[in-house]
Design a protein around this ligand. Sequence first.
Ligand SMILES: [Zn+2]
Length: 498
Amino acid sequence: MKFYITTPIYYVNDKPHIGHAYTTIAADILARFKRLMGYNVFFLTGTDEHGKKIEKAAEELKISPKELADKNHIIFKELWEKLDISYSKFIRTTDPEHQEAVKVFWTKMVSSGTVYKGKYVGWYCIHCESFFPSSQVKDGKCPSCGRAVDILEEESYFFSVKKFKEKLSKYIETSNFIRPEFRKAEVLNALKEIDDISISRSRERVSWGIPVPGDDKFVIYVWVDALINYVSALGYPNGDKMSFWPADVHFIGKDILKFHAIYWPMFLEAVGLEPPKTIFSHGWWRVEGKKMSKSLKNVVDPFEIAKLFGSDTLRFFMFREIPFGRDGDFSEEAIRKRYESNLAKDFGNLLLRVSKFAENNFPEGVRKNFPSSNTELETAFDLWMEKMENIDYFSALDVIWNLVNLANKLMDQKSPWNLIKHDREKAEQVIYELAHIIKVIIFMLYPFCVSTCRKVSHNFGIQWLLDESSPKDKKDVLGFQEKFKISSTGVLFPKIEG
Ligand SMILES: [Zn+2]
C-alpha cells in the first residue's frame, strides 16, 4: 500500500515562519499515522529556489541566487529536524535531476499541442510573480499582496486551457479532490474565469530559472518549474518511484490553491499523468488578531516557540486550537494556556501519577488480572481512525482528550492510593486498567506529540507500539498484554517561567 504526501516547496528568500511549520507538521502527522497503519509512505518537502524574488533577494545581499539558496535551504532543514518532521526526501528546484525533469515535462507539454507563443500585456506583480487583469488592479496595487504593480509587455509561451476546463470541473465536482469541501465553489468559479496561462518569462527580466528547451531567450515560469517538483522528486519520467503517482494529498496554504487545483491538474493531463487525489488547503494563522506580515513585525518564529514550549506543544497546539482548514489566531498566551491546561495538567499529571504509583508499589510490573474488554476504548479507537483518515485532526484530538479525561476520572474515583492499603490486588487491577488506557492514548497521540509519546512508551515498556516500520492493527493497540513494567515519566511538561 503506497501513500504519497507533499508540502509545498518553500521560497528560500525567506526565513521559515509559523505558516511553513503548520503545513509541514500537518503533512508529518498524516505521514506518521499512515506508516503506523502499514502504508509505504513517501513524504516530500523542499525549497523553491528559482525566480525573480530569489534573484532580487540575492542581489540585495550581493551574493548569487545559488549561494542564497544554499545558505537558506539549510534553515528549513534545521527547523524540520527540531519539529520532528519525518520527510522521505527534501527536494531543491536547483537539483540537476529536477531541472532535467522539468525540461522533459515542458517538451511533452509542447508536443501535446497545448502550448503556443503569443504576446502578453498586463499588470505584473514582482512579488507574486503573477500577471493580473486590469479589472483586478485598483490604484496600481497588486490584488493579492497589495504591493505596486507595473505594466509589462512581452512575448511569452502560453498554455491553452480550453481543452481541459470541462473535464477538470467535473473532476472537482465529483471527487474528493478539493478539501475542505467549502473551498470547492471558489475553485470552480476561478476555473470558469481562467484564461490561457503564461508559462514563460523573458530572460532579460528573469534570468534565474530553467531555460525553455530550444529557446533560451526564455526561462520557464517559476510556478511551472515548482509544481513539477511533485513528480520530479519521484524520478519523472521513468524513475522507479513514479509508482507513487498520483499523490494522495498535496497539503498547501489557501493562497496557492489556484495553482494546485487548476493549473497543476491541467499540466498533468497535457503530459498524460493523472491528477492528484486530494488537495488539502488550510487557513492562515493571524497573530493576535492581525495578519502576519514583515512590516507589522509580528512574524512568529517557530524556532523560538519550539525552544520555549517544545516541538510537541507546537504540533499539538496548532491542531487542537482550531479545526484544520480554518483560520486561527496565534498568540503566546493561547499556546501557553494549551500547554498548562491540556498538556501539563490533564495529560502530564495523569502520566506522572500513574507511573510513579506503579514504580513505587509494583516495581515488578502490574499484571493482567481480570480485564474486561472496554467498549469505550474500542469506540474511541474507531472514531479516531475515521477522523485521522479524514484529516480531521481537530476531532481526532477531541477523541483522544475524552480518553485522557476518562483516565483521570478513573484514577480519582478508584483512588489506588487508598486501595493499596487494604487490597493490593484491586489496586494492581486499577493501575493495569489505567496503563491499558494510556497505551491506547499514546498510540493515538503519537502522530501529534512524537517525542513525548516515545518517551512514555519507554516508561511503560511498550516501545514496539510506536515503531513506524511495522504496521499496527486494532488488536495490537486494544489487546491486553500480560503486564506493564512501569517507570516514572517524571514531569513531562514543566512549568515555564516568564
Ligand atoms: Zn503581489
